[in-house]
Design a protein around this ligand. Structure first.
Ligand code: ADP
Ligand code: MG
Length: 646
């Protein structure tokens, strides 16, 4: 019964304020469990006294004590929500118990209160379990660090670290802050962040993350993000916020609870009032039937149908490097019918290599690369980095540029030694005058699955650079898995159609779902078109230049986001690893959650209807009604907790 709105909100607030781990781990078993136990003992004592002699003042006192001990918490909750102007299940139960006592069924009333408080304890324990999962995540947060100053180490609390500090991470130690390796080499287990326990090779220049575990080597790390700004801390915060955000189905369920609880109370009053005059029942029989109705018709199990499953799924996802920024996205992902993939950096590894450098007219290849590298040195685009890397490999240092402009989805533009140059998509570059021999070459290279960019100066095109990006090895398998789940895959890219189709072929995406030559705003339009045609649409991107499309999709998924702040901010679901496969995992997690919620709602409604039916057909004893009712609530919660083991 502890899953009603008020309680939920309170417990959530407690988690969010960042209670120490121990508080998260020990749910409220103590007070509540103790009361339930005491209530049970008092009930047993009263019952045994009663069976001997006739009712004595002693038994009355014991029953009263059982009512008070077992029921005061629930009564308090009930009154609290009454003051907030709504009826909740606590109030219904207390009303039923008091009603039973009024017609002399002290024992039944006490049994009701006992089972009610016992199941309340179990429920609180069960729902807190999914939150304790996050507690265990928090426990992985390192508390101390070895600061390295002037060749000596000092042990300091991790939250006193500042940017620029150098740390020594010994073999087997937990890395205390985000940073860059300056010296040493090792393997690091990043499971705390990515869910992937395969150790990752780290050497000077590589990024390491707080919470991950160093392997055999010693590492010197320069701190870039200390304390609460570490990726790890932000993940924990995101998950906690996600838990506070209820999916639409849960919000519906809660508003339904208020209406429903009020109707149940009104109906039982009506039953108690109308049965005697209409059917000639005794008042006491009518009241008894009304009390049973009140208990079995209460929506406890319905209210507990969704959140435990959703919370468990969010925790289970977080452990595997899939961050949901709220239960709503989990639900939406379960309904997805089509997923649009960005090409560069999503379907492909995003680490392209320059394969061909082709001067046009009478340009010189080295000069061509030199200008290209100068133009690209400030761009974050994967192609830009490839060009700069290629130039560096040839020993070319990029020269100075003036008036650098990045044209998202097209290319870059800047001045080199007084001349304006543009580098990017050949179709968009041709404005400066066509090189007829260039067209043919571009087509030929694109048919090989390469991306071609064109360099144009004031006198027109003067060179082509071809790059090849590897399609991720698991792409085809993932697309296949999605297809088996009935989810279509589409490709949205700013690249040319020929290149896009080559990638689509390799990844197993049907040609009808390849959309090429798109600017960022075209991607938004295309996502909407996909949604209109196939239903709920998700978009997977690298979260930087795909941000508008990510926002337009029902679910925006950012991939390989460990490290990229923009991705953490803009997407609804963040995959911390670079593995495409997690997308299919995330969809199946969403589906299973939806399925369990549906099972629960159907089961809860079924039990309510069956018990109401039985109460009218043959009549059932109050304690039996209570057991059936509370039993179904607990079953529903346990069913939801199954998601933890996903
Ligand atoms: P995608 O949708 O595949 O991720 P983008 O929208 O980032 O691709 O870019 C679309 C096209 O624009 C690229 O295929 C490339 O031709 C060109 N382009 C974009 N940025 C750059 C750049 N910095 N340098 C060269 N070409 C670029
Ligand atoms: Mg991209």
């Amino acid at each position: 019964m502890k899953t009603d709105g008020v309680n939920m909100a309170r417990r959530k607030a407690r988690t969010r304020i960042g209670m120490p781990t121990t508080a998260l781990e020990m749910p409220r078993l103590n007070g509540e469990g103790f009361c339930a136990l005491a209530c049970g003992l008092l009930l047993a004592a009263a019952w045994s006294l009663e069976s001997g002699a006739a009712r004595s003042p002693w038994t009355a006192a014991l029953y009263t004590a059982a009512y008070l001990v077992g029921g005061w918490r629930q009564a308090r909750e009930g009154v609290r929500s009454l003051l907030a102007r709504y009826l909740d299940v606590n109030l219904l139960m207390i009303a039923a118990a008091i009603g039973a006592a009024c017609i002399g069924y002290w024992r039944e009333g006490a049994v009701l209160i006992f089972i009610f408080s016992l199941s309340g304890t179990l429920e609180a324990y069960a729902t807190d379990r999914s939150r304790r999962e996050i507690g265990s995540l928090l426990r992985m947060k390192p508390e101390t660090a070895l600061r390295w100053t002037n060749g000596a180490e000092t042990l300091v609390p991790a939250d006193t670290l500042t940017i620029g500090d150098t740390l020594l991470v010994k073999p087997g130690g937990r890395i205390p802050a985000d940073g860059v390796v300056t010296e040493g080499a090792s393997y690091v287990n990043e499971a705390a962040i990515t869910g992937e326990s395969m150790p990752v090779d780290k050497k000077a220049g590589d990024e390491v993350f707080a919470g991950t575990i160093n392997g055999q080597g010693a590492l010197f790390v320069q701190v870039t993000h200390p304390g609460d700004s570490t990726l790890f801390a932000r993940i924990v915060k995101l998950v906690q916020e996600a838990e506070a955000e209820k999916p639409a189905s849960q919000r519906f369920m809660e508003s339904f609870e208020r209406l429903y609880a009020a109707s149940v109370l009104a109906l039982s009053a009506l039953l108690a009032g109308l049965l005697p005059p209409l059917l000639g029942w005794t008042w006491s029989d009518a009241l008894y039937k009304a009390m049973v109705f009140l208990v079995v018709a209460s929506p406890c199990a319905l209210v507990a149908s969704i959140m435990p499953a959703v919370l468990s799924a969010i925790s289970a996802g977080a452990r595997r490097g899939i961050l949901f920024k709220g239960g709503a996205h989990l639900e939406a992902l379960g309904r997805v019918r089509v997923i649009a993939f960005d090409k560069t950096g999503t379907l492909t590894t995003g680490r392209p290599d320059v394969t061909d450098v082709i001067p046009l007219r009478d340009a010189d290849a080295l000069e061509l690369i030199g200008i290209a590298a100068a133009l690209e040195q400030y761009s974050e685009h994967p192609f830009a980095r490839a060009v700069v890397r290629h130039a560096a490999g040839l020993g070319i240092k990029p020269g100075r540029v003036t008036g650098f402009v990045s044209e998202t989805g097209i290319g870059v533009r800047a001045g080199v030694e007084g001349t304006m140059w543009r580098l990017g998509k050949p179709d968009a570059m041709s404005a400066g005058g066509d090189a007829p021999d260039g067209r043919e070459t571009v087509r030929r290279l694109e048919r090989e699955g390469k991306t071609v960019v064109m360099l144009t100066g004031e006198n027109g095109a003067c060179g082509l650079i071809a790059l090849r990006d590897q399609v991720r090895p698991e792409a085809a398998a993932t697309i296949g898995r999605l297809a088996a789940m009935g989810v279509r895959a589409a490709i949205l890219t700013g690249d040319s159609r020929v290149t896009a189709e080559a990638v689509a072929r390799e990844a197993g995406i049907e040609p009808g779902l390849v959309f090429a030559g798109l600017l960022p705003e075209d991607k938004v339009r295309q996502v909407k078109a996909l949604r209109d045609k196939y239903g709920t649409a998700a978009m997977v991107g690298d979260g930087v230049n795909d941000a508008p499309a990510l926002a337009a999709a029902a679910v925006g998924i950012a991939m390989g986001a460990a490290g990229s702040d923009a991705a953490l901010e803009s997407a609804d679901v963040v995959l911390l690893t670079d593995e495409l496969d997690r997308i299919a995992d995330a969809v199946s997690l969403g589906r299973r959650t939806g399925r369990i919620a549906k099972q629960n709602v159907v089961f809860a409604l079924g039990v309510i209807l069956a018990l109401i039916g039985a109460n009218f057909a043959t009549g059932i004893a109050l304690p039996l009604g209570v057991v059936g009712h509370e039993g179904s609530t607990i079953l529903v919660i346990l069913n939801g907790l199954r998601m933890l083991r996903w």
